[in-house]
Design a protein around this ligand. Structure first.
Ligand SMILES: [Zn+2]
Length: 195
């Protein structure tokens, strides 16, 4: 169902909605930025607007489906649970934050969104990685939930980290940033970023 919505949505229409002069959306720079990955941005956009076909929404729509979280088998299948309360997701996000040099607890959905909108405004490598990671995290967790929802296999957290490193390495390959800077040097090691 979600894929159908996603496929039917035209990027131009979405961009028009986001940039309407009478509808200034504070988070558009979080998901639409020079290094953004279109599929990540679109899924994050749907998540922020609560357009996912999660089980709680499907049930309200009259669809009878298993009510447990596909990632941890918890009874809660809300957006809040899936992204930043689920043990599986919390583990993924905590490791991602750690790889970006942040040592803090995972917050609620609203708090994580507020934090990202408020704090990820710089053009340094840390912020570039965190913006990519925030969107990629939403996409990956949605993808795993979607697979689980319809009986597919769920990737391990290690597989997700490997995938993110590979994608970020590709996106940032050849980009100029000061590798002698200690913070950047550490990020390059943590994320396996090559020259
Ligand atoms: Zn869960």
């Amino acid at each position: 169902m979600f894929l159908a919505i996603l496929r039917s949505a035209r990027t131009g229409d979405i961009w028009s909605e986001i940039t309407r002069r009478d509808c200034r959306i504070v988070w558009h720079k979080l998901i639409w930025f020079p290094l953004h990955v279109p599929k990540y941005a679109m899924v994050a956009w749907f998540a922020i607007l609560n357009r996912f076909a999660t089980k709680d929404r499907l049930r309200r729509m009259g669809t009878d489906m298993d009510s447990v979280c596909a990632l941890c088998a918890d009874a809660d299948k809300s957006k809040n649970h899936i992204f930043f309360e689920c043990a599986f997701s919390v583990r993924v996000w905590s490791v991602v934050l750690g790889l970006c040099g942040l040592d803090r607890s995972t917050l609620s959905w609203d708090q994580e969104l507020d934090w990202a909108v408020s704090c990820l405004k710089d053009k340094c490598l840390t912020v570039k990685l965190l913006k990519l990671a925030w969107n990629a995290f939403i996409y990956c967790i949605w993808e795993e939930c979607y697979m689980g929802l319809f009986g597919g296999s769920i990737r391990s957290q290690c597989d997700i980290f490997y995938s993110l490193k590979e994608i970020f390495g590709f996106i940032l390959y050849g980009r100029k940033f000061d590798r002698t800077d200690p913070t950047n040097a550490k990020l390059c090691i943590e994320w396996d970023l090559l020259d």
